[in-house]
Design a protein around this ligand. Structure first.
Ligand SMILES: Cc1ncc(COP(=O)(O)O)c(C=O)c1O
Length: 386
């Protein structure tokens, strides 16, 4: 290295490569069946792909409007009205982003100031904490307990302070596969109504919900939605995680602030992909209406195939993840167990402790069932030999 080279002082010193990248690399190295990272091993709808090619050929290849193409924002507004009984304003309330990840980052950056407290529920998705830290916020994590991972609303209320600025929630929940009920949103509202606290509701699995009540969105709660950002991802809905197109819905005043961040983070999102998604939403709404059934069938294939194994499967009400308790199989901690499982058994999974800040003493792994039936059965056959 020359004397002129500089090494920056890290703004995120605790962060390394994510476990998802690590486990996928290990799976590849050992030729293991990869049930770790959350992406399908099957393709998205043909019509969506054809519309992408169509719009590229038509020359829709220049910058999209900063907030998203009009046709897509209109289709999102109509879908939201149909599902949650609230039609967001097409011009002021909907912002198309580079995946849900960008929406989460823009919302956190816009809302969290130096010293503000942010509440999240562990286990939690890994992008929240770094975004809060870069904004100078202080993350207060409430640990949820297996097998049901439900929020204790008294414990929640006790965590609130004058400095609490934002609550981040995720339903259906990755990794626990639990979903919030309407009653949870009612309890959240009761706890924060008198305070200046915003809500960031990560609903990327809104269409992958098996609960009897269906998906309870923050957008269906008349008071909460006045101070909430709801985030969704087309990557999950259309089996196209690589397209990285998502969106968020928030009242005009909040959207105006998060758009200031979005404007200088990405400015705008892939034009032909947005046009194709608008066509898809309009032409084949049955795709998202049938998605719970589509994934319920895959969940059941995996659950049934594991019924003779020593793994204890936890309830799964949503997402395309299933938790399994391996206490009857091994004494290893979950990270070591997942490494061993990949190398020796040929199945890659994600250890639950990586989603938690506090020590997580449970022996739980997360298996992704967004896979072809043959992949799931091959993985289960190996797991049944444990
Ligand atoms: C809970 C949760 N939020 C956000 C994301 C990110 O979504 P996207 O790929 O659209 O950025 C994921 C992806 O796995 C997720 O599981």
């Amino acid at each position: 290295m020359s004397n002129n080279a500089l090494i920056p002082q890290s703004k995120l010193p605790a962060l390394g490569t994510t476990i998802f990248t690590q486990m996928s690399a290990l799976a590849q190295q050992h030729n293991a069946i990869n049930l770790s990272q959350g992406f399908p091993d099957f393709d998205g709808p043909r019509y969506l792909q054809e519309r992408l090619a169509f719009h590229v050929a038509q020359g829709a290849n220049q910058y999209a409007p900063m907030t998203g193409v009009q046709a897509l924002r209109e289709a999102i507004a109509d879908k939201t009205a149909e599902l949650y009984g609230h039609k967001p304003d097409v011009n002021t309330d909907i912002t198309v982003t580079a995946g849900a990840t960008e929406a989460l980052y823009a919302a956190i950056t816009a809302l969290v100031r130096q010293g503000d407290e942010v509440i999240c529920f562990d286990p939690s998705y890994d992008s929240y904490a770094p975004a809060v830290e870069l904004s100078g916020g202080v993350l207060k994590r409430i640990a949820l307990q297996p097998p049901h991972f439900r929020v204790d609303w008294q414990q929640f209320a006790a965590q609130l302070s004058e400095r609490t600025r934002l609550v981040i929630l995720n339903t259906p929940h990755n990794p626990s596969a639990t979903v919030w009920r309407k009653a949870d949103f009612a309890a959240l509202w009761q706890a924060i109504a008198e305070r200046e606290i915003y809500v960031l509701s990560d609903e990327v699995y809104e269409h992958i919900c098996f609960a009897e009540e269906g998906h309870a969105s923050v957008l269906a709660h008349p008071q909460l939605r006045e101070r909430a950002v709801a985030v969704s991802s087309f990557g999950k809905t259309y089996h196209m995680t690589g397209w990285k197109v998502g969106y968020c819905v928030a009242p005009a005043a909040i959207s105006a602030e998060l758009r200031k961040v979005h404007q200088y983070l990405t400015f705008s999102v892939n034009t032909p992909a947005q046009l194709a998604l608008a066509d898809m939403l309009r032409a084949e709404p049955e795709h998202y209406r049938q998605l719970p059934e589509f994934y319920r069938a895959r969940r059941d294939v995996l659950v049934n195939a594991l019924s003779n194994s020593k793994l204890e499967v936890l309830p799964c009400e949503g997402t395309y993840f299933l938790l399994a308790d391996y206490s009857a199989v091994s004494d290893l901690d979950d990270v070591s167990f997942c490494q061993w499982l990949t190398k020796e058994v040929g199945v890659a999974a994600i250890p639950l402790s990586v989603f938690c800040a506090d020590p997580f003493p449970h022996k739980l792994i997360r298996l992704c069932f967004a896979k072809q039936e043959s992949t799931l059965l091959a993985a289960a056959e190996r797991l049944c030999k444990l």
